[in-house]
Design a protein. Structure first.
Length: 253
């Protein structure tokens, strides 16, 4: 049975996709097992960073959710990870899903058909709390929440936490918060330290010990279709994501 992790924050630019990429590749390198990465964001940043531009005939997660193809037929095999890609068509998924029975469970059913092939499945959620994100939460075992260390960072989590609670109550009682991740951390800024302390006060042991430090190489790597380990192997970003991957793996032990 695969361990399924959804990464979510309705605020964009917090490092969600960067985390999916580098934890996914980190898992592959530390365990020797290929994870499945699911791009559930209509912007397709995960897909672009891992696979570049898709071929015109490449099937995507949209066709899977619409029921047009089998899940396995949409999966791309890349160097170290498998990818269920997304393109702009996914922006219309909410309309398609609204007309389906058990619409919150469509992704869960789709992943159930392939999860026996994987030990880890990472889902990159859109920066909204709509039906796609609810599908991700119902399909997942846990939610990892990246939080940028900036002013009002915790205020932005209120709606997300309410959505997680609603999914627990109505659809998936076993859903947990797998961890809260502080990103773009600059130890020289007192505000960053205050946000980190506030996260620890609110979420306690659910906050990852690893901090993702602010690092320009992390922002550059996706445009080169490389994980940070290859693009800048000696960088703080590579060090931080290697440590985070280890911490995530240890939490499942």
């Amino acid at each position: 049975m695969a361990r399924k992790i959804a990464l979510s924050n309705q605020k964009g630019g917090v490092g969600k996709t960067t985390t999916v990429i580098n934890v996914g590749v980190g898992i592959a390198r530390q365990t020797g097992k290929r994870p499945l990465l699911v791009d559930l964001d209509p912007q397709g940043n995960l897909t672009n960073a891992l696979a570049g531009s898709l071929e015109e005939d490449q099937q995507t997660v949209f066709e899977v959710l619409a029921g047009d193809i089998q899940t396995a037929d949409g999966i791309m095999q890349l160097d170290e990870v498998d990818l269920l890609p997304a393109d702009r068509a996914l922006a219309g998924a909410d309309t398609i899903l609204m007309n389906k029975m058990a619409r919150e469970r469509i992704l869960k059913k789709a992943l159930a058909k392939v999860e026996g092939d994987y030990d880890y499945i990472l889902i990159d959620c859109p920066a909204t709390l709509g039906l796609l994100t609810v599908n991700a939460f119902v399909a997942a075992d846990e939610v990892v929440i990246p939080v940028e260390c900036e002013a009002f960072a915790l205020n932005g989590l209120v709606d997300l936490l309410e959505t997680i609670d609603e999914v627990r109550e109505a659809l998936h009682p076993g859903l947990t918060i797998g961890g809260v991740l502080a990103t773009k951390f600059n130890k020289g800024l007192s505000l960053n330290k205050q946000v980190q302390e506030a996260l620890q006060q609110q979420f306690k042991d659910n906050v990852f010990e690893t901090l993702i430090r602010k690092n320009v190489k992390l922002a550059e790597a996706p445009s080169h279709c490389q994980p940070i380990y290859d693009y800048a192997p000696g960088s703080a970003g590579a060090e931080d994501y290697e440590a985070l991957t280890t911490e995530i793996l240890q939490r499942s032990a």
